[in-house]
Design a protein around this ligand. Structure first.
Ligand SMILES: Cc1cc2nc3c(=O)[nH]c(=O)nc-3n(C[C@H](O)[C@H](O)[C@H](O)COP(=O)(O)OP(=O)(O)OC[C@H]3O[C@@H](n4cnc5c(N)ncnc54)[C@H](O)[C@@H]3O)c2cc1C
Length: 292
């Protein structure tokens, strides 16, 4: 289908882009890679009066460690995340997800910022960012603010950005010794959205105790889910305590809130979550230096 008519602007600076968004109110929308927004326009599920293309704004496309965090510019293409040695070596959970998002064409254009800002519970990066305890930097008319990932994903297609705010950067706590993570996704066919996906990030201490753990779930609720009960359960338990891991998986599945749809029944998806959580947890612990 042909999208409805819209105005188009391609500002070169963040302040110009924010000014445009503020002047048009709710009718204006940011466009980055267009991999989620353009299909919505074509299906006429969205009809913004103005598209503010942020691709010409410098400085929003980078991957670097700085201070106590990994900083990923919001305009960084998924293909650049996938190809980043820094991410592959030190943040494998992000690499895992970058490899299974759509197909190479989607990843060449789709951005990390767009993936999280879209608020689609089926997108893969939100769960990863929840597991990592990431924070999102938003810049708008009122200045810059930082929003924790756990406060960002409010509902289906609803995130905690104001209409005049642009997500500029994602900050992930810097990788520490004895930490590791893993993202696993079950898909019906290659390049599909998840039937369910699971992100697990851990930090182990002496004796194999799990000091820190973050768990995010994809496609099993109206928004990405942080499985807090499961996280709390596993803290201070040893990674090789198989009964504890079984309970961890059960609790995470209980926190999932899936719907029956073409990808499976709600009960099936809960079982998938349980199975993926225990696998992702073990792989994360292995990457953190726990022997298996
Ligand atoms: C065939 C196909 C398969 C796909 N498969 C997957 C998949 O398996 N997993 C997956 O996770 N995704 C998948 N996607 C979705 C898509 O890849 C992601 O949602 C994509 O990363 C979105 O990024 P984008 O830059 O293209 O965003 P856009 O489409 O440009 O924007 C998406 C939304 O985010 C907003 N936005 C974008 N950037 C910003 C910003 N910096 N600040 C504020 N708001 C912003 C836009 O206003 C819009 O509402 C698929 C898409 C296609 C077409």
């Amino acid at each position: 289908m042909i999208p409805p008519t819209f105005d188009y602007a391609s500002p070169k600076s963040l302040s110009e882009a924010i000014g445009l968004l503020a002047s048009r109110g709710e009718g204006a929308k940011v466009i980055a890679g267009g991999q989620s927004l353009i299909p919505l326009l074509k299906l006429r599920l969205a009809s913004p009066s103005l598209l503010v293309d942020i691709n010409r704004i410098h400085g929003l496309n980078r991957i670097e460690e700085s201070g106590d965090s990994l900083r990923i510019g919001a305009l960084t293409r998924m293909a650049d995340v996938e190809a980043s040695d820094l991410i592959m070596e030190r943040y494998p959970i992000i690499h895992d997800a970058s490899e299974v998002i759509g197909d190479p064409l989607v990843r060449n254009l789709g951005t990390v910022g767009g993936n999280v800002s879209h608020g689609d519970p089926n997108n893969d990066m939100p769960a990863v960012m929840l597991a990592l305890g990431a924070a999102f930097v938003a810049t708008g008319s009122a200045g810059e603010r930082t929003i924790k990932a756990q406060d960002f994903f409010l509902d289906t297609f609803t995130v905690a950005l104001n209409h005049d705010e642009i997500l500029t950067e994602i900050r992930v706590p810097k990788s520490r010794p004895k930490s590791g993570g893993c993202y696993l996704k079950l898909e019906q066919k290659v390049a599909d959205f998840a039937t369910a996906g699971v992100a697990v990030q851990v930090r182990l201490i002496e004796g194999g105790e799990c000091e820190e753990i973050g768990i995010g779930l994809t496609a099993v609720g109206p928004a990405a889910i942080k499985a807090k009960k499961a996280e709390n359960w596993m803290r201070r338990k040893t990674w090789f305590d198989s009964r504890a891991v079984e309970e961890l998986a059960r609790l995470a599945a209980q926190e999932a809130n899936p719907m029956t749809d073409i990808r499976g029944t709600a009960a099936y998806k809960r079982q998938v979550v349980a199975r993926l959580v225990s696998r992702a947890f073990r792989r994360a612990c292995k990457r953190a230096g726990g022997a298996l």
